[in-house]
Design a protein around this ligand. Structure first.
Ligand code: ADP
Ligand code: MG
Length: 257
């Protein structure tokens, strides 16, 4: 197998007595759309938080393209090519769609306090560059007509596209999507999938948490399943569907979502 683009070894995170993620060792293959499934509370979102640096592990390591990320803060990981969207999108509601995208970090000089003082010309130049890039990205996700709308006023599905746009500002190698289809109408879901597949053909790797098994079956290969903080299955979507341990994990889980 080729060197994985994203990997973990022995990754563990406890909340009090609960091991939300327990001894997880994973290798995400470059160029895949990997599905991550498992019942509610399995630890999927916590795993994403550990990958992106929103949470730090009690034990274990995270590596991107062979580089150890374990102690790096989220912005450094984003800068190295690891992007994610949230299960519940949280845009700055009163800012416009365009402003929300422009705020996504790209390593601009203007962020540093000293930048605007020493290099005012460069800051203006960078702002123009960021704006152009943001408009390009909005075009790609089909939100350009809504560029000047307040981000709080767009639909749930459009917010997922906005999240994707923000992630694309960083030119990520790997994109983690937490339940991209949840609460999104079928037309926008198809649109989003089309964009994911286009980006995948351009070489981007995806890891997608999704409950909808039809979505997983049609778009993800391989599939990884978690239950009670552990990885309990890795294989194709068809194998996942036929796996008795997985069925048990879902049947034993609290009903929800
Ligand atoms: P999933 O995304 O698979 O539904 P989560 O990763 O959100 O699961 O949660 C895994 C377990 O960890 C759950 O039991 C959840 O209640 C718990 N958990 C998640 N985040 C926290 C937190 N910040 N504090 C305490 N417990 C948490
Ligand atoms: Mg979750």
């Amino acid at each position: 197998m080729a060197e994985p683009i994203l990997s973990t070894a022995g990754l563990t995170r406890r909340f009090g007595a609960l091991a939300a993620v327990s001894e997880v060792s994973l290798a995400i293959r470059r160029g895949t759309i990997t599905g991550l499934i498992g019942p509610n509370g399995a630890g999927k979102s916590t795993l994403f938080n550990l990958l992106t640096g929103a949470l730090y592990p009690d034990a274990g390591t995270v590596a991107l393209a062979g580089e150890d990320l374990t102690r790096l803060p989220p912005d450094r990981r984003f800068g190295l090519g690891l992007g994610r969207t949230f299960q519940i999108p949280r845009p700055f509601a009163r800012m416009s769609v365009l402003e929300n995208v422009m705020l996504a970090p790209m390593g601009q000089t203007g962020e540093r306090v000293i930048g605007p003082i020493l290099f005012p010309g460069r800051v203006r130049g960078e702002e123009r560059r960021i704006r152009e890039r943001a408009l390009e990205v909005l075009d790609f996700v089909t939100l350009r007509p809504l560029a000047d709308h307040p981000a709080g006023k767009i639909s749930g599905g459009q917010m997922k596209l906005l999240e994707l746009a923000r992630v694309l500002m960083g030119d990520p190698k790997v994109i983690l999507l937490d339940e991209p289809a949840a609460g999104v109408n079928p037309v926008l879901t198809e649109m989003l999938i089309g964009k994911i597949e286009e980006l995948n053909r351009q070489g981007k790797t995806f890891v997608i948490i999704e409950h909808d098994m039809d979505f997983i079956m049609r778009h993800c290969d391989p599939v990884i399943a978690m239950a009670e903080g552990r990885v309990i299955f890795e294989g194709t979507a068809a194998e996942a569907r036929a796996n008795p341990a997985l069925l048990d994990a879902y049947l034993g889980a609290p009903v929800g979502e």
